[in-house]
Design a protein around this ligand. Sequence first.
Ligand code: IMP
Ligand code: MG
Length: 175
Amino acid sequence: MSSPVVLISEEEIQTRVSELAAQISSDYEGAEDLVLVGVLKGAFIFLADLSRQLTIPRTIEFIAVSSYGNGSESTGAVRLVMDVRGNIEGKHVLIVEDIVDTGHTLNYLMGLFESHRAASVKTCTLVRKAERAEVEISVDYLGFDIGDDWIVGYGLDYAEQNRTLPYIGVVSPDD
Ligand code: IMP
Ligand code: MG
């Protein structure tokens, strides 16, 4: 595989993350029991940067789901690999995702937290591939819209590679 070509620079990401953190801090001002739920593994870096810039009280949970094998083909089915540890009932849940592709993962997670009787469920994703949507998802906080490219870096991988790049780059899996 050839090396990733920069699509979103480190500086652009950091600027956008700060903007999102400011918006979220203002929207949840005064809200009790905000819990950020990071979706493993891809959201771990985004969640770390975003959560440290919030100016409001919040707790952190993680959840792990799987919808892909080690490649880039979506199966459509979402499997819960690891649930959150804490009790979600009555809490304001903000799901923090790396990327919305077909939308199946976020759709599944929103239903899951609603069935756990969260006080509210909102979504924050760093990246969205709008043209690939198979289910309509309302994204409350969006970093960037991109086209139909496979991206890596800033938490995102291709076959577990390139997660820790500071920028988001495009790879061509077929190379
Ligand atoms: P969805 O269920 O199709 O929306 O897929 C969402 C999940 O697929 C994301 O949480 C990622 O883990 C993975 N994914 C989709 N597109 C990409 C990409 O371009 N790079 C890395 N992971 C991706
Ligand atoms: Mg993910």
